[in-house]
Design a protein around this ligand. Structure first.
Ligand code: IMP
Length: 432
């Protein structure tokens, strides 16, 4: 597949769409790969031969020797996870010297963010979101609230950061004690951590906005790597059961710090079925043998938390919403091989609410929890397809399943994936 201009990869469902594999494939033709949102709640798996890399913060492009990787200002960065990831890359033989940059405007996740995330979730009881407990929500809250926030750039003002950390930790501890009866976090330890974080990050920090502007001016090819998925977008997802940043294509420009018009192609990634982790509405969920079978065949357990994912049929209504919202040009359909062996596949084509067929996708959780999915049946195929290398060689029913989804999504499905390896990818060149 030939990339034309700057490309963005986003998830079209509730995350875990195997975006890491697509970003990895497209990175081969890119000069710069930019991560623009979220934090270590993401888990991107990249398989290179017999090596598997699980990346949470560092862009998947890092496994390609000549690619520059940028963690932009829209990201909330946990320096301890980052350090561990650097170590894993070193252990796996990946050299990243001079190829990794972090924005000074990214926000720093501290241990008190993770503690607050856990305490808030426990306290919410049935109303909990089912977060990854990585401190993402509390860190973005501080960013929006401003006075308690610490950006990467702040870590390098040695005197000011110490005062800042003392003031913030004092505030946090009073809050955590009053709200949850927690002792909070030791202030001296947080001051020491801030100093250490500066040392971990120092070799990588720069003004990534200027760097990307220069790259654009030089005609270098940029790839924007999304995290989570459109239905988890804080503004456009199934609120409040979402993450705390803009996980749809709408978030690229602000998160990366580039003009929206520099993006030439948006590739939306979707599984051939649907999964969700955490709580929140999921109309096509199959909490039964069908869902269990998908989970086992698809190894549907969280990369970040190990939690079993909820599984269900493909939801064309929700996915089409994500496509239209983000202006997605092409779809990559992942994990088609997982569906082998079902006699009949169901596709959710719409929702009925109070007896009426909905015209547009409802992001209101109160409506979502009461919708009834409308299904159409599609004949399945018995054969395993993980060895297939050409779209034309798929069983006829697998091909017609893809084509039916394409019609329902009103968007070309240009890539079909039948396994985790790079070689297990079918490019429909006529659509690229
Ligand atoms: P948070 O981002 O940890 O605050 O979690 C908020 C919601 O987003 C929860 O339902 C999480 O399970 C979900 N979530 C966050 N990151 C991911 C991801 O990378 N894949 C799938 N779900 C995610």
């Amino acid at each position: 597949m030939k990339l034309r201009g700057n490309t963005c990869v986003v998830g079209l469902q509730w995350g875990d769409e195997a975006k890491g594999k697509i970003t990895d494939l497209l990175s081969e033709q890119s000069d710069v790969v930019v991560r623009f949102l979220g934090g270590s709640n993401a888990g991107h798996t990249v398989v290179v031969g017999d090596r598997t890399f699980k990346l949470h913060l560092i862009p998947s492009g890092i496994v390609h020797e000549d690619v520059l990787c940028v963690i932009a200002g829209g990201v909330v960065l946990d320096p301890e996870v980052f350090e561990q990831e650097l170590q894993n890359l070193c252990d796996g033989g990946v050299r990243f010297e001079g190829r990794l940059r972090i924005s000074q405007t990214a926000h720093v996740v501290f241990p008190y963010h993770k503690l607050e995330d856990q305490l808030r979730e426990t306290d919410s009881g049935k109303g909990k979101i089912g977060t990854t407990a990585r401190g993402i929500g509390p860190c973005y809250c501080d960013k929006a609230g401003r006075t308690q926030a610490i950006r990467v750039g702040n870590l390098f003002h040695a005197d000011a950061i110490e005062q800042q950390v003392r003031r913030i930790v004092d505030y946090k501890n009073r809050l955590l004690t009053a709200m949850y009866g927690s002792a909070g976090v030791p202030v001296e330890q947080m001051v020491a951590k801030a100093r250490r974080y500066a040392e971990i990050l120092r070799p990588f920090v720069c003004d990534t906005t200027a760097l990307l502007q220069e790259a654009i001016a030089d005609g270098r090819r940029l790839l924007f790597e999304g995290a989570q998925g459109t239905l988890l977008d804080i503004d456009h997802g199934t609120f409040p059961y979402v993450t705390s940043s803009n996980a749809s294509a709408c978030g690229v420009s602000a998160g990366a710090g580039v003009p929206a018009k520099v993006i030439d192609t948006i590739v939306g990634v979707a599984k051939a079925y649907t999964t969700r982790v955490g709580t929140g509405p999921f109309p096509s969920e199959q909490d039964n043998d069908i869902g269990n079978r998908i989970r086992e065949r698809g190894h549907e357990y969280g990369t970040t938390t190990g939690r079993p994912r909820r599984c269900g049929w493909f939801d064309a209504f929700a996915t089409r919403y994500s496509i239209k919202l983000g202006g997605v040009d092409k779809v990559a359909l992942m994990l088609l091989d997982v569906l082998s062996g079902f006699q009949t596949l169901k596709i959710c084509t719409g929702y009925r609410y109070k007896g009426q067929l909905l015209k547009s996708f409802p992001t209101d959780a109160e409506v979502m929890k009461d919708v009834e999915p409308v299904y159409e049946d599609h004949p399945g195929w018995a054969e395993e397809i993980d060895g297939v290398r050409e779209f034309a060689d798929l069983p006829a029913n697998a091909r017609s399943y893809v084509k039916r989804l394409e019609t329902l999504l009103e968007t070309p499905i240009a890539i079909v994936s039948v396994g985790p390896e790079r070689t297990q990818t079918l490019f429909r060149e006529e659509l690229i």
